[in-house]
Design a protein around this ligand. Sequence first.
Ligand code: PCA
Length: 213
Amino acid sequence: MKILLTGFEPFGESLFNPSQLLVNAYSPPALAEITISKQILPVDHDQAPKVLMTALQDHQPDAVLSFGLALGRAKISLEKVAINFKDYRIPDNTGITLQDQPIVVDGPAAYFSTLPIRDFLTKLNEADIPAEISLTAGSYLCNQVFYSMMHHIAIKDLPMRAGFVHLPALPKQAAQSAKPVPSMSLEQDLQGLQIMIDALMEPAIGQNLPAYP
Ligand code: PCA
């Protein structure tokens, strides 16, 4: 199985992005029958979807696990829905703030994740890793990349499962914040990622798309 992992560079006031550190730090267990490719995405309204599409074409993965930071969330957020809406709360890293715009003109209002997020949730919780199914990936770059990816896979009818996962801040980000911010360690993020990859590798979970994912 070929799995593409994506993370984002830091943005806004954050000096680190746990998604970037997670993707860079991950290496699969020895003998695992998987090929991992990695792509860090810029927080750039124009470049982020393009860099992701190029990575999809270059690596032709069976599954894509995309990660980003959701500062303020206390659990690993398994995103269910990507919406066709850009409405940035803060500028991207090029200084642009987009508001009230579709991601794809005349595209569907939303896409669902095609990752087995219910199975992910069960397995993460069994391992005592705080996780939840989230019904909003926001309206910033993470949602934009999530929607663009699902739209690309849908219109090209690619045999690829894909979805988005938001991570809490890292402890060092919480420590440096004036406000109380929940956090999760990189070690726990890594453990969570391995659990998700193991679930994808299980034939009953990883290969059969549920009728209603
Ligand atoms: N989080 C932002 C964009 C990049 C990231 O890591 C978001 O939630 O949209």
